[in-house]
Design a protein around this ligand. Structure first.
Ligand SMILES: Nc1ncnc2c1ncn2[C@@H]1O[C@H](COP(=O)(O)OP(=O)(O)OP(=O)(O)O)[C@@H](O)[C@H]1O
Length: 357
């Protein structure tokens, strides 16, 4: 089946002096009914991809298709794509119901159809009771719901969401994350979501594309990206990570033997010809603090920081590298280690990710 979106070598250079290459030739396929997130730091080109899909900008080169049809010569209003922006852009003097129905009126839909769709959309975003309130008289979270309902009302094939939750406070943002996921599942519409917030991306997405500098570094499920980051940028950008130098001393099929700076050896999986000196990544929650000489690494325990649900242990390894461990606190939390102690660090070889540069 044709993909909802299929882009090949998609490149965008904004003219100027000097010109800015916002996308340097991106390949991406997004499936129908997928919650797909573009994640990356400010300026990496996320919004540019949305603007090309919406038709607000034209690519410099490359191909861009929607359900198998080229978008390159299709004007924005013919694309059956809607966008929800960070600023909700509602009409403050119109009511909730009038705002939701606005796009349908513009499309010249019959009154009875508009009434039914608006009622359905208000139900979907749980705003039925506020139908007659002006949008200047509802909260930020409620305005966000109305903006979503308005964008969903014409039943677009694809909904683009450009950092739609960033203006909301922490608690409301958490609730809206669940809400957005529910809306996507219930409507079956393909959502393409832009954020620089890794947690938001991990909790909502079917798949994530991690971007930097106008390129996609890795595409995968939240679990893939977190557990198997392809390179140092992705490992660093998503969650907290310890980086260690290691040397590949042997290869057996997909397994490599690594030697750490401590002299200890371990086996792990590595995709494709890793050899020589490499960097490995280990998540703080995948390692355990043990007695000196009982682990793969040893060092001196520095700060111990209590976070309620877990405790972070900062260790200075004997080669000078900093290493952080995170252990969940249980009823018998005390583990007998204190700052200044000599300690060991243990972890199963399989959790060590060999990174591309
Ligand atoms: N109209 C424009 N003219 C010139 N340069 C632009 C234009 N729009 C974006 N850029 C540049 O293109 C690059 C990518 O911008 P883009 O808005 O796609 O990034 P982003 O990842 O969405 O960032 P943010 O998270 O800050 O919105 C940036 O360097 C930006 O300064």
């Amino acid at each position: 089946m044709a993909k909802a979106i299929s882009a090949r070598a998609l490149r965008k250079v904004y003219p100027g002096n000097p010109p800015v290459e916002a996308l340097g030739g991106v390949d991406v396929e997004i499936s129908d009914n997928e919650f797909f997130t573009l994640l990356g730091p400010s300026g990496c080109g996320k919004t540019t991809i949305l603007r090309l899909i919406a038709g607000f900008e034209h690519p410099t080169s490359g191909t861009l298709e929607m359900f198998g049809q080229s978008l390159l010569d299709l004007p924005p209003f013919k694309r059956q794509i809607n966008t929800v922006f960070q600023s909700y852009a509602l009409f403050p003097h119109l009511t909730v119901a009038q705002n939701i129905g606005f796009g349908l009126e513009m499309l010249g839909k019959p009154k009875s159809e508009i009434k039914a769709t608006v009622a359905e959309m208000m139900e979907l975003v749980q705003m039925t009771e506020m139908a007659d309130r002006q949008t200047s008289q509802i909260s930020g979270g409620q305005q966000q719901r109305v903006a979503l309902a308005r964008a969903l009302a014409p039943r677009p094939k694809i909904l683009l969401l450009d950092e739609p939750l960033s203006a909301l406070d922490f608690k409301l943002r958490k609730n809206m994350q669940l809400e957005l996921k529910r809306l996507q599942t219930e409507t079956g519409i393909t959502f393409i979501f832009v954020t620089h917030d890794q947690e938001e991306a991990l909790t909502m997405s079917d798949r994530i594309a991690v971007m930097s500098n106008g390129a996609i570094r890795q595409i995968g499920t939240p679990r893939d990206i977190y557990d198997h980051p392809a390179d140092r940028f992705v490992a660093d950008f998503i969650g907290d990570t310890n980086f260690l130098d290691a040397e590949v001393t042997g290869t057996q099929g997909e397994e490599v033997t690594l030697k750490l700076s401590s002299g200890a050896s371990l086996h792990t999986r590595a995709d494709g010809g890793s050899r020589g000196r490499v960097t490995i990544a280990i998540r703080p929650e995948h390692a355990r603090l043990v007695r000196e000489n009982e682990g793969l690494l040893s060092g001196t325990l520095g700060e111990v920081v209590y976070f309620g649900t877990d405790t972070h242990f900062h260790v200075a390894l004997d080669d000078g590298t900093a290493f952080v461990l995170r252990q969940q606190n249980g009823p018998e939390a005390a583990n007998g280690f204190a700052g200044g102690d000599r300690v060991g660090i243990a972890f199963p070889g399989a959790v060590a990710q060999v990174l591309r540069d």
